[in-house]
Design a protein. Structure first.
Length: 64
């Protein structure tokens, strides 16, 4: 069985409130399990695609 992680994550957050998204992210990070990394990657992809050049620069600086 093949799971479409991107589709699943996007469906899970499509109607979520800000608080719910905050909780999803914090829960994923607090588990410290590799299984949550693909989902966080999808969320990062959404952020990156919607970010303007200034925000992208800030993200890169934070990661560096």
């Amino acid at each position: 069985m093949q799971i479409n992680v991107r589709k699943s994550v996007l469906e899970n957050i499509s109607n979520a409130t800000k608080d719910e998204i905050y909780t999803i992210i914090n829960d994923s990070l607090s588990r410290k399990e590799d299984i949550t990394l693909p989902g966080l990657g999808v969320l990062f992809e959404v952020v990156w695609e919607k970010a303007n050049p200034t925000l992208k620069e800030q993200i890169v600086n934070l990661l560096q």
